[in-house]
Write a protein that binds this ligand. Structure first.
Ligand code: FES
Ligand code: FES
Length: 147
C-alpha cells in the first residue's frame, strides 16, 4: 500500500506492506535511533512519537501511520538537549542501546509533568528497560533535567 506521512519534519510517500512494523519502516529509511530490543512492546527501546504520543514502534503497523506525524530522537535533537546532556554527565549511558527510548520517555515526562520526586520519575520510566545501568543514574539524570 501507499502511505503518506511526515517523519522528522519531512514528508514521505512510501510503498509498504500494511502489516510491516513501523520500527522496520523507519529504520529502513536510515533513521536508526529506534532500536529493536524485545520486539514485544516490553522494553521501550523502539520508542517514537506518533501524533504526539510516545509509543512502541515495534507494535505499530505501517497501515496505521497514514497521514501521521512521526518524531524520533533525530527529529527532536534540539528539544531533548538538556535531557541528553544530563544522561551523559550523570553516567546514565553505558552500552547506549536503550538510551534513545529513555531520552524520549524522559523528555516526555519532563515537559508534561511538574512532579520531580524520585518515585514519580521511576513510575514514568516503568515501561523502559536497561540491562546496564541499574536505573539509578537514569533517574538522577531525569531529576536533574527538571531543575
Ligand atoms: Fe519495542 Fe521492545 S522493541 S518495546
Ligand atoms: Fe545498555 Fe541501557 S545502557 S541497555
Amino acid at each position: 500500500m501507499q502511505i503518506r506521512c511526515n517523519i522528522n519534519h519531512k514528508e514521505y510517500n512510501l510503498e509498504v506492506e500494511a502489516t510491516s512494523r513501523v520500527l522496520d519502516v523507519i529504520r529502513e529509511l536510515g533513521i536508526t535511533s529506534p532500536k529493536e530490543g524485545c520486539g514485544e512492546g516490553e522494553c521501550g527501546a523502539c520508542s517514537i512519537f506518533f501524533n504526539g504520543k510516545l509509543v512502541n514502534s515495534c507494535l505499530l503497523l505501517a497501515g496505521q501511520i497514514q497521514n501521521a506525524k512521526i518524531l524520533t530522537l533525530e527529529g527532536l535533537y534540539e528539544e531533548t538537549k538538556i535531557v541528553r546532556e544530563n544522561f551523559e554527565t550523570t553516567g546514565a549511558i553505558q552500552c547506549g542501546f536503550c538510551t534513545s527510548g529513555f531520552v524520549l520517555r524522559s523528555y516526555d515526562y519532563v515537559k508534561e509533568s511538574g512532579v520531580k520526586d524520585e518515585q514519580s520519575v521511576k513510575d514514568a520510566l516503568d515501561g523502559n528497560l536497561c540491562r546496564c545501568t541499574g536505573y539509578q543514574k537514569i533517574v538522577d539524570a531525569v531529576i536533574k533535567s527538571m531543575a
